[in-house]
Design a protein around this ligand. Sequence first.
Ligand code: 4AD
Ligand code: MG
Length: 433
Amino acid sequence: MSSQYQTISSLPHHVGETVRVRGWVAHLRSSGKVAFIVVRDGSGTLQCVVVQKVVGEAGWTTFHALTLETSVEIEGEVRADARAPGGVEVGVTNMIVLGESPSDYPIQPKEHGIDFLLDHRHLWLRSPRQVAIARVRAEIEQALNDFFYEREFVRVDTPILTQAIGERSGLFATEYFDEGNAYLAQTGQLYGEAAAAALGKIYTFGPTFRAEKSKTRRHLTEFWMLEPEMAFHDSADSMRLQEEMIEYVVRRCVERRSTELALLERDITKLEAIRAPFPRIDYSDAVTTLQKKGSEVKWGDDLGAEDESLLVADYDRPIFVMNYPKEAKAFYMKENPADPRTVLCSDMLAPEGYGEIIGGSQREDDYDRMVQRIKDEGLPLEAYDWYLDLRRYGTFVHSGFGLGLERAVAWICGIPHIREAIAFPRTMYRLRP
Ligand code: 4AD
Ligand code: MG
């Protein structure tokens, strides 16, 4: 067996040549003395045509013994064929089984229930829809990294084992030697703020954890979050950056992942409409609008998923809801000088009912107010002494935000549930595979 082989996606450059391809059998079909193997290798899918006369008795026998998901090496000539996926097919001259696959492969071409599929997530990942989602996700991550690199942000990696609590939602605790409990990070933000005082403009991008007993389409217990933090930026500066970032990422996916989005049957026109600036709505006005639409929301409440959907229904692009009541938001947000009942924050709500994809705010930069907020929230002051140092030594206006990666992936892919937006989802009921 030669170590020379071509990826399926490269085959249009090899029309007329004899190549070797390695991959897995995705589909088998035969009619008389001609048979077809559809092979996938992660880069694409390829129709391979097996003619009995060409491959001989031994080859024909090999073909008939093939099963779904067998890994194979196929040798043959690349031919242009407008009807074939990718525009080429291969006329097989030789094939070798690399790894057999017993005929009990769990995922068959029929409807499976979601629990069955999630139990077999390690195999389900091979299906075309899941491959498309994974590729869009990777494009989004790359686009985000490029966006911030181009703007001279420094990526900083923050710890996952932490002592201080960042958000109100539930915590995963684990014993940490003689130091008491460590908590899995709910956010990298507090560390990001320290890094912003060192580097100016930074972002963190990593897994975050919430022990939330939520069984919604939008909640995972482990999700990835991108969190920029910018020195000398106020809330309005941060919002401009957010809309620019979202426009950039969506455009990148439309330009470079059109094949995957088409496979997912995503309505591209909806993505093409995503252009900055995005509408900005004050929380108080949002409550009034929602009440007119029949919601029971009261001033002071955080907005629920249904309220968010009601609000965005009137728009074809994301919207910002700004200046929430203090009680509804985290301790670190800066009081709004224009209305001290509220804080300088904004949530970005995605269109089509995908809800909050970004939460951001200007940070409280006043030492005494921050101490008060920590106390008011009943948080242990000792755990925040280092965080308070940022207000002690050269305090600075700064803002930042967190983009939930899986929610962005679900929205851009147009998939109804966040659990397909990550390779191995962690939810309240799922730690396996
Ligand atoms: O609004 P959140 O809780 O904000 C923060 O964590 C801030 N520290 C961010 C910052 O200012 N640096 O979370 C930010 C985003 C949400 O808008 C949502 O997209 C996502 O993270 N998110 C979740 N995604 C999946 N599952 C969950 N349980 C999520 N909780 C939040
Ligand atoms: Mg939030």
